[in-house]
Design a protein around this ligand. Structure first.
Ligand code: GLO
Ligand code: MG
Length: 343
């Protein structure tokens, strides 16, 4: 099918540990995952800096590039590209209080060091997209950080990255909470605001994850549309989320089918993908899933996205126009329900 190109991160196939229980599946080596990803239909891989270079903290700058070159070869072997690299600024002891907005100067410097190395790795992997999921850039205790200074620190960190490399693009992935209570950059509106205040707004855009929008009480398709209107939707993380709970990363469309349809509709109508953007997934298999079928959430999500793309192609824009002219949105709504529910 000519449609979208798909990408996935190695962390999407995980061992199933949660906050209340240990791992339930065995780890799978990266190369085995890449081979399987390409068989399932993915053409690109999303990386954290330490997915590509696992012992990154212990290596020198040149060693990091040499290590990344091995991953580049592995990607080539399976005919895949790297979509983006993201600094993992939430696992290290240096990022307990956040990265760019930590109250510790030394830890803020560590975060920037990882951000620069992330850019080096992206250059070796041949991609120009750096994703910032600002996991701990917020607070557990409101009074713990100055919110104005924190917003300024985010802008400064992004400026430092833009200055470090004149080609890279930064995609901020907003999320309102988890692992922190309140984020300094919770929605796509915040992303657009921060982007416009940096030294080169043309190189700062957004990546919208469906579940994150739901957690913010917003509609993912409108969040995507808002970024599209600025020409700044450079990545998506399609998945699903059952309301205001812990971040679930469910298979795309499995909870909110109509919302999923409208995400694909907005993407199709606005030519998403025509400048090389990928439909990225950020989905996790249920903890109950057995080892032998632990990629099913990925193939299911691709299949649902493709089925919804077919539904979008069938959408009757003349009928929509007629309903709008009559201001008969009940008629329009029923048409959408029939489109989705009937064969
Ligand atoms: C978590 C995020 C996370 C990011 C990934 C890429 O809620 O969605 O999975 O997308 O780390 O930066
Ligand atoms: Mg994500």
């Amino acid at each position: 099918m000519a449609g979208f190109k798909f990408s996935v991160g190695p962390w999407n196939v995980h061992e199933g540990a949660d906050a209340f229980g240990p791992e339930v599946r065995s780890p799978i080596p990266l190369e085995e995952k890449l081979e399987k990803f390409s068989k399932i239909g993915f053409s690109a891989v999303q990386f954290h800096d330490d997915d590509a270079v696992p012992d990154i903290n212990r290596l020198g700058d040149e060693e990091i590039k040499e290590s990344a070159a091995q991953i580049k070869k592995m990607l080539e072997k399976y005919g895949m590209s790297a979509e983006f690299v993201a600094p993992r600024l939430w696992m290290d002891p240096h990022t307990i209080d956040g990265g760019f907005t930590s109250n510790s100067k030394e830890d803020r410097e560590f975060a920037l060091w990882r951000a620069y190395r992330t850019i080096d790795i992206a250059n070796v992997l041949g991609c120009d997209k750096i994703v910032l999921w600002l996991a701990r850039e917020g607070t557990l205790c409101f009074e713990a950080k100055d919110p104005v200074e924190s917003a300024n620190r985010l802008k400064e960190a992004i400026n430092s990255m833009l200055d470090y490399d004149s080609n890279i693009k930064i995609l901020i992935e907003p999320k309102p909470n988890e692992p922190i209570d309140r984020s300094f950059c919770p929605t796509m509106g915040h992303v657009m605001g921060i982007a416009s205040a940096t030294m080169d707004p043309s190189r700062v855009g957004g990546l919208l994850e469906s579940a994150h929008a739901v957690l913010a009480g917003l509609d993912p398709a409108y969040e995507m549309a808002f970024a599209l209107s600025f020409g700044k939707l450079w990545g998506v993380h399609l998945n699903d989320q059952n309301g205001l709970r812990y971040d679930q990363d469910k298979a795309f469309g499995s909870e909110n089918l109509r919302q999923a349809f409208n995400q694909i509709k907005v993407l199709v109508e606005n030519g998403y993908g025509k400048s090389g953007e990928y439909i990225g997934l950020d989905v996790k298999a249920m903890r109950t899933q057995k080892q032998e079928d632990c990629y099913r959430h990925l193939s299911n999500s691709i299949e649902v996205a493709r089925m919804l793309e077919e539904k979008v192609k069938k959408f009757d824009y003349d009928f929509q126009k007629e309903c709008i002219e009559e201001r008969n949105y009940e008629k329009l709504e029923m048409y959408v329900m029939e489109l989705l529910l009937k064969g």
